[in-house]
Every structure is written in C-alpha cells, then in structure tokens.
Design a binder for this molecule. Structure first.
Ligand code: GLN
Length: 534
C-alpha cells in the first residue's frame, strides 16, 4: 500500500513548496522508493491552459497533453518522472466532475455537498494517482487559511481516518521573516499558521521553514516547542544559490530519515552520486566562461513565465561548462545592436501579436549574421515568416493568427482546428512523434530517426510552401508522418539555425539535458571562440 506525504504552505504564497516537494521526492527516490507526486490547485479553472503566464508563470505540458501548473516541471526535473493529467488536480476539475455526476443522477436523493461529495472526489483522485507507488507526495497549492484550499485540506485530513499513523504524514512549509530593523527572525507567523492548520484538524509532523537567514538552534527549538514537533522535525530551507542544492540541504538535516522513521520505511539503497555530481558542477559555475543569449520573448517581466526554458538552458550550460546570461530583449522596440552583441538568439513560444515584427527582425539578424538561432513554437513560426518574406520575397507573408487575410499564410490553421470554437484544451497538446530526416543537423543532434516531443499550439506550418522553402536552403528536417505536419526547420550554410514547432524545454532534465539545448549552447560557446580567434 502506498504511503502519503501531504505538503501544505503557510503565511505567504510562493514559498517554494514545489521545490520542497520535488526535493523530498528526489531524496526518497534516491533511497530506492517508487515515488509519485501530485499538485492540487485550488482555483476554479479546469486547467492552467487559459491562464496568463504573466499571472501564473509558465503553463507546463505533460506527455498526455495536460496543461498544468509549473510545479509539475520541478517534479519531472527533480524526480525524473513523466507526469500525466492525473498529477495535477484543480478545484475546477473536481467541481466539474461532481456536477456531471449530479446531472447523471449518480447522487439521486442526496443533497450534494462539499463534505462528503467534493472531498470524496478529491480522495478518489489521490487513490487513483497513488496506485503501484511506494510513496505519493501531494502538494496542496495556496496558503492555509485561504477559502479555496479548504476542501483539499479537508480531504487530506480525512485521508488519515481509518489508516495507521505511519501511512500518512503532513509537512508544513512556512515563512520565518527577517526584520532588518531589529535584526531578528520572527517565528510568530509560523506559530499562527500551524494553529490554523490544527483548526482544520491537521497536525504537522515536519515543519520546513523558509527564511533569508539561517535559523539559530534556539529558534528551531522554539518552533518545535510551540508547534509540538520534535526538534529534529524542524528543517530549514534558507535561500539556496541554486534550487538543485535543496535536496542536499534537506539531506544534511536528515529530513529523509525523519520521513522514513515516521512512515516506518527502511531505505532500500542510497544512490545520490549523479545528483551530487551535477550540483558539484553547479557550484563551480561561477568560474565558467560567460555566454550571452538574447531571448526575444514577450513575457519577460515575470521570470517564471519561461521556467522550463530557463532550466533547459541552465542544464545545457552546466554540461557545456559555460555560464549563460540571458538578455531579455524588448521586441516592441528592437535594437539590432543588442542582438548582434549576443552569442545566440532564442525566440520562445508565445501567443498574441505583440512584438511579432521585432521577433521576425531579430531572426533576420541572426540568419544574416551567422548568429546561432533556436526558434521554439512561435519562434519557429516567426522564422518561417521571416524566410518567406526576405528570402522567398513573398510580400506580407504572415501567420493566419496575426493576419487572417494575408496573401501568403505560411503559418495557418488546420481544418479541424477551425471547427472548434472552444479555447480551453483545444490546441495540439502533448507528445507527438516526429521523424527526423537523415543527413540533417537535427538528425545529428538527436542521433535518432524517430523522436517524441511535446506540443502546445494551434497553428501549423503551411505545407503549400514546403517546396519553395527547401529550394532556397531551408530544410524540413522533422515531420510528423501521420498528419504530414512540419516539426523542424533548419537552414543550410549557417553555423546553427534550427527552429522547432514543439517545446523541447519540457523534456530537459538536469541529469539529462536536452540535445537541442546542448547543441545550441555549444554553438553559442563556439561563437565566442571564433570571436576570440578572429
Ligand atoms: N501562437 C502560436 C500557435 O498557437 C504559437 C504557440 C506557442 O508558441 N506555444 O500556434
């Protein structure tokens, strides 16, 4: 039978509960357990797909096409699992399915209520996701005390009924703020938030404290005393230089031993070498040579908007022993010198036409000046537009998304997409196979004729233009054979120019950087060398 670890948050949001949960998962996996991990989001949206990245950060996409919270990205990267739809439940999904059941008459005669109907639905999802795993970690989004998260917390409480105390534990992550005027760390908010949790009926077994500074022994003891946990169950999580160091920080304080003791589990092995090797390289990164990569995106104000992309670049940079500096360029007022001053250009995915002309111009600069270029999703679409306009001389070529009446829709909507007026969950989503042509850069990079990558877009390359593109040196190196969809474009006679319709960033892992990112960063590094030797 699976054991459960529920992770709640107190005092403020954005505490890094996702990283805490993922780090705990990593440690338990290193002990030889099979671990599944899920996130509960208390909002009414059915999924994260319709939410703005400005507000909520990146929308992470799973293999099975779920549009999820970005914490799932941490789970995949830290625990090396392939998450699915079942790993992210929202209040919207729960209510939708309770209401559907009510309409079908499955609750005939009953008054449908939060307890037990909504909480039963939540618990059913916990049980379903936990099958065949030794341990299931459930991160509950939001902050204790929020109205929205109450049904999830209540379900977490009920999970302990009729079970042994060694089957379920609760970890509470809280903030211990630092007051500079009195040079003190304050524990009162933690005490209050643990009290709030107790009111709901949950007694935390472990308390993880987030703070700017390290906690003294006395402060830890005080938290233990006021919150009724043993002293060793107060684990601190000070701001880390790199998120990848968090598992090690926790390990040093024995959180894994605490958990195994509470869940009455015995370690099966201890295999942490690979992770240690990676973090050792990360710690050395300050000494690495700098590479400057221009990112011509739209959501540059919130760092979390390109979370997986930034992480994928980071993984590839560590593997290439370079320190990548990302220069966010404003494509609404593009300054060509800023692109030319960088060692590479990324144009990431996105929606809406803001800054589109600047992105197209940036790609032109990269193409004409031999600057390594990597286009992702909207970035690939912009590359196609740029090539059509400036190489094929197709005046006004555009994407039908931004110019529905263009004479040259090099990017267009598929027939089946046209028929669907709904916005939620109707894009091409999730993993699709792609055949990679022999003798191409993509084939050399992937070393494989058939790959799978994750998608999230509505528009596609218009196949009416394939011949024209190829004639002028833009190769179609990746194709979805079943639907005849263009997946990868690459330019001949350029140091590095590749553009993909999918999102490779979702599949990059610290211990297994994505080959496209690896090779792109390598090309950027080589450009520095060629500058130096020129
Ligand atoms: N807006 C484009 C489309 O829907 C690209 C989407 C993306 O970059 N994820 O096709």
């Amino acid at each position: 039978m699976t054991k459960y670890i529920f992770i709640t948050g107190g005092v403020v949001s954005s505490l890094g509960k996702g990283i805490t949960s993922a780090s705990v998962g990593r440690l338990l996996k290193s002990h030889g357990f099979t671990v599944n991990i899920m996130k509960c989001d208390p909002y009414i949206n059915v999924d994260a797909g319709t939410m703005s990245p400005f507000q909520h950060g990146e929308v992470f996409v799973t293999d099975d096409g779920a549009e999820t919270d970005l914490d799932l990205g941490y789970y995949e990267r830290f625990i090396e699992i392939n998450a699915s739809r079942a790993n992210n439940i929202t209040a919207g999904q729960i209510y939708q399915s309770v209401i559907e059941k009510e309409r079908k008459g499955l609750y005939l005669g009953q008054t449908v209520q939060t307890i037990p109907h909504v909480t039963d639905e939540i618990k059913a999802r916990f049980h379903k996701a936990s099958q065949n795993f030794d341990i299931t970690i459930v991160e509950i989004g939001g902050t204790v005390g929020d109205i929205e998260s109450l049904p999830f917390l209540e379900a977490a409480r009920q999970m302990k009924l009729n079970k042994n105390s060694s089957d379920i534990i609760y970890i509470h992550v809280t903030l211990v703020p630092y007051l500079s005027s009195s040079d003190e760390l304050k524990t009162k908010p933690t005490q209050h938030s643990v009290n709030k949790l107790r009111e709901i009926g949950i007694d935390p077994d472990i308390i993880v404290t987030r703070s700017e500074k390290s906690l003294s022994r006395e402060l830890r003891d005080k938290i233990a005393l006021f919150c009724s946990v043993p002293q060793e169950a107060v684990v601190e999580a000070p701001d880390a230089k790199s998120i990848y160091e968090v598992p090690e920080i926790f390990k040093k304080q024995g959180i894994d031993e605490q958990i195994m003791m509470l869940l009455r589990l015995r370690s099966k092995k201890w295999d942490f070498d690979e992770w240690n090797e990676f973090t050792a390289r990360v710690k050395n990164a300050e000494k690495f040579e700098k590479v400057k990569i221009a990112m011509a995106g739209k959501y540059t104000k919130l760092k979390d908007s390109y979370k997986s992309l930034n992480e994928a670049l980071f993984h590839a940079s560590i593997a290439n022993e370079v320190k990548t500096e990302i220069e966010y360029v404003d494509t609404e007022n593009l300054l060509p010198e800023r692109i030319k001053g960088c060692d590479g250009l990324i144009v990431p995915g996105g929606f809406g036409d803001r800054g589109i002309e600047g992105k197209i111009r940036a790609i032109q600069l990269a193409r004409e000046n031999g600057i390594p270029f990597f286009g992702i999703c909207l970035g690939m679409q912009c590359a196609a537009i740029e090539f059509a306009r400036n190489v094929l001389n197709l005046k006004g070529a555009h994407s039908a998304e931004f110019a529905p009446k263009t004479a040259h829709p090099v990017i267009a909507l598929m027939e089946e997409q046209k028929k669907n007026p709904q916005k939620g969950g109707t894009m091409r989503l999730g993993s699709y196979p792609c055949s990679v042509k022999a003798g191409t850069l993509a084939r050399r990079i992937y070393g494989s004729a058939l790959i799978d990558e994750r998608h999230r877009h509505r528009y596609e390359f218009n196949n009416a233009y394939i011949k024209n593109f190829e004639k002028k040196g833009m190769r179609i190196s990746g194709l979805n054979r079943k639907n005849g969809l263009v997946e990868i474009l690459e330019l001949k006679n350029h140091p590095f120019y590749i553009a993909v319709q999918f999102h490779p960033e979702f599949k990059s892992r610290p211990l297994k950087p994505h080959p496209l990112f690896l090779n792109f960063v390598k090309a950027c590094r080589e450009r520095i060398y060629s500058h130096e030797t020129a």
